[in-house]
Ligand binder design. Sequence first.
Ligand code: GLC
Length: 443
Amino acid sequence: MKKLKTLSLLLAVPCLATAAPDARLEQFNNWKFGLFIHWGVCSLASWENSWPLMRPLNKRRPGDTEEFYATLAPKFDPVKFDPDAWVKLAQDSGQRYIVFTAKHLDGFAMWDSLYTDYKITKTPYGKDIVKQLADACHRANMPLGFYYSVADMNHPDYRDTSKRISENWHGEPWRPEWPVYLDYVGLQLTELLTHYGPVAMIWFDGVAPLEEFDGRRFTRLIHELQPDALINNRLGVGGDFDTPEQHNPKGVPTKQVAGSNTDVINKTVAGTVPKAEDFRPWETCQVIDQKNWFYHQDEHIFKSPKELIQLLAVTSSMGGNLLLDVGPGPDGTIRPEFTERLLAMGAWLKVNGDSIYGTTYGPLQNLPFGRSTRKDKTIYLHVFNWPADGKLEVDGLSARITSVKVLAGGAKLVYHQNKDKLEIEVPRQAPDENDSVLAVLTR
Ligand code: GLC
């Protein structure tokens, strides 16, 4: 008996240690809204980086060739790039962190990497973009993370670059050069993690098979160089948070469905409210236009401010973060269609930010009129469909309620609670056409 007790005590210690709240993840969860920036030499040609070159030659548009792509870097000269303006835009939009494409699939380094000539300091522009952006972020206290593609179309140790990209874009891990390529990844990550101040996260991306990239090695390296940096889930080894792309999970993600790729999160179950300790942090990355991460000159369909505000509320209601993307143009400016929408989100957040920042998934996951988020004892009701009859009915709230207010302006509302049925008397007119928030304080 005694022996057993000692054993369970021994076992309990490491369990407790891992269950302790992780301050870095808590901070990440509280941020809720970030700016994703996809920018590179491909922005000159309105290309999605190297993706058009993944298609076989006979399926490409005429002129879409490796030779054409090679003409871009020698022309890249974004003279209007103003990192402080980017950071200010993120701040004014209510975004709490930035993730920037330091290196995308094409292998082009947006910093002055010692280990390649395919980099920003060899273009007519000539200055280190990552450095300028990092300095601007640090001046403004804006956390900055780096997107880093482990796939690299330009590197001869990643793939035989005498061949067309369509033939070997998954890389060639069976060649003797592969370990040399992994060393290159390690050296570049070391540069990013040692030359540019605190790094909020390394946001990996790659192409299958991810197991070939030795995720454990790079996780160790990051933990060693910047223990506070978070790591996303795209390196085949789980990471700190999941990254559903261009969509939200159906329900609140839990550790049981944690993924080492972008798809596992689809197994979540709509309507469930997990225990706090089972929650798996996540961030959805989405675009403002229809499908593009990088700048596309002729793109003209964009999500409305209302859609974007509701997307943020829906994401928060399931405990996630929204990493919303812009693709700056070749001159370094962010197009007005993006800035207008981001600033509209910022204006909404100025008034309603309490219902987003620092919240977690709401206790009501099946509301017919909208969504819920929660912070301590306050439940925020995000009402997308405002009731026409002046009565908002909320089912399923068992906690005793002590007040109900309109978050914008603080007007107190009359309510009636009967067991788990709540009826709130609301003004006829929705307080906010995008998302009207009611703050429900519980005992
Ligand atoms: C997609 C795109 C890639 C982009 C990423 C962001 O995988 O193909 O270019 O960087 O989404 O999540």
